[in-house]
Design a protein around this ligand. Structure first.
Ligand SMILES: Cc1cc2nc3c(=O)[nH]c(=O)nc-3n(C[C@H](O)[C@H](O)[C@H](O)COP(=O)(O)OP(=O)(O)OC[C@H]3O[C@@H](n4cnc5c(N)ncnc54)[C@H](O)[C@@H]3O)c2cc1C
Length: 413
């Protein structure tokens, strides 16, 4: 057996094909050019090819596949938002995650273990009741629970009875969960490329040629190409990319950090977050405790991580679970998040006829990967914006018709 394995490994005919073909030469033109090879760009490419028969598609990625925020996120998936517009959209996202492994024939390890958001004040509880009422009306799993049920769900929590951060209840969302971010991205990439989509890694878009109200050229560091339609899905670089086409988005970029501890025995079976502590935790399938919180309070294009944020996250985590004290932090990292004024994305049409926007994903866009891909593909293929995307139009800012999700997004993602 060992000898056979060795012979197989050393043989010239070692039949490893890899999941993706090597980056091809750029063609002169494509029906669709997608700028950004993160989860969103790849999901859109998959949907264009599989459901709309559009296969002349190039995904241009300046670095390596899904190495932007898709690689840096903490993978919270949920639909318990504030507004009916958001709930409708993220409910579709959760449903797509439920069928994703089958859709992609790739195990994305979707684990629907539920999310528990803690209330430490009456004001938070009142907001939870409103979210629960709206959520139930929209048909998602959501309920306000008392401290005894919180304790029953997560017995290791420090309830801080009589203390300043006593846990007086929670918002329980059984639909919430997590998935492997790299599996999601690679699953979409593999399926898209099987159908003829070209994925060009190490290909940076440097600008656009605009004639009248159309993008006529996409300029890259490997040459200029023509495109029938262009999608901007650049994560933290969305503002800059849109500006290169003359579109000024209401987006500002802030770093968002997270960290992970050494692995420990499985004990945390749900996602737990505390808005008051600006801290959330989830235990990975490897046993590591992934800890995240809010954005850094300053605009910056940097993926460095900082000691003060690490201290803040450690303090919150140890307050909720005192036995975590002494656990070693393995890694800490940051991504650049493209934040909008109402903490909702900007999706759909741009002021240019053939330029589409999948932007403003800030700290909350991983969960939207499948639905954004599906719906943006629909926009590009049909030229029409589906109803579920209409509330997220860029024009909402001019109409002051915001989809305010700050309260349901800040520390829970
Ligand atoms: C620390 C952290 C935690 C997070 N936690 C969560 C969470 O728990 N749940 C959740 O839903 N969301 C979360 N998010 C947000 C989520 O990661 C993003 O919203 C989502 O990944 C956006 O996906 P995307 O494909 O649009 O962008 P990205 O994954 O960033 O992909 C965009 C790609 O565009 C490429 N690009 C940029 N400029 C160019 C160029 N000039 N030419 C070509 N390519 C270019 C980049 O290299 C990148 O690969 C978190 C983010 C961070 C940073």
């Amino acid at each position: 057996m060992v000898l056979r394995l060795l012979k197989y490994g050393l043989s010239r005919g070692y039949p490893v094909t890899g999941d993706l073909p090597p980056t091809p030469d750029l063609r002169a033109s494509y029906d669709v050019v997608i700028v950004g090879g993160g989860g969103h760009g790849l999901a859109c490419a998959h949907h264009l090819a599989k459901y709309h028969g559009i296969r002349s598609v190039a995904v241009l990625e300046k670095g390596w596949l899904a190495g932007g925020n898709t690689a840096r996120n903490t993978t919270t998936i949920r639909s318990n938002y504030m507004t009916m517009q958001s709930i409708a959209f993220y409910k579709e996202a959760v449903a797509l995650y439920e069928g994703m492994s089958e859709e992609l024939d790739f195990n994305v390890m979707f684990s629907q273990r539920g999310q528990l958001t803690l209330a430490h004040s009456e004001a938070t509880l009142r907001a939870f009741h409103l979210r629960a009422e709206t959520g139930r009306h929209m048909g998602i799993g959501i309920e306000v629970i008392g401290p005894d049920e919180v304790r029953a769900r997560v017995p290791e929590l420090n309830m801080d009875r009589g203390g300043a951060l006593e846990i007086i209840g929670g918002l329980w969302h059984p639909d919430g969960g997590t998935a492997r971010h790299d599996a999601v991205a690679w699953g979409y990439a593999r399926e898209a490329s099987r159908r003829g989509v070209e994925i060009h890694q190490r290909t940076a878009v440097t600008g656009f040629g605009v004639t009248g109200d159309r993008v006529t050229q996409v300029q890259t560091d490997r040459g200029v190409i023509n495109a029938g339609a262009v999608l901007i899905a650049c994560g933290g670089m969305n503002y800059d990319m849109a500006l290169r086409a003359g579109v000024d988005l209401p987006i500002r970029c802030f770093p968002l950090q997270a960290m992970v501890t050494e692995p420990v025995k499985p004990w945390l079976h749900t996602l737990v977050s505390s808005v008051s502590l600006h801290t959330y935790l989830v235990q990975s399938s490897r046993g590591e405790v992934v800890i995240g919180g809010g954005s850094d309070p300053y605009q910056l294009y940097s993926t460095r991580s900082t000691l003060d944020l690490k201290e803040h996250l450690a303090e919150g985590a140890v307050h909720l679970f005192p036995f975590l004290r002494g656990l070693k932090v393995l890694r800490q990292w940051a991504g650049i998040t493209d934040m909008t004024p109402d903490y909702s994305p900007i999706m759909g049409a741009s002021p240019l006829d053939n330029l589409w926007l999948d932007c403003g994903w800030g700290t909350w866009g991983f969960k939207a990967t499948p639905v954004a891909g599906k719906r943006m593909a629909e926009c590009i293929a049909t030229g029409r914006v589906p109803e579920v995307l209409a509330p997220f139009a860029l024009s909402r800012f001019a109409r002051f018709d915001l989809v305010n999700e700050m309260g349901a997004t800040a520390a829970s993602h």
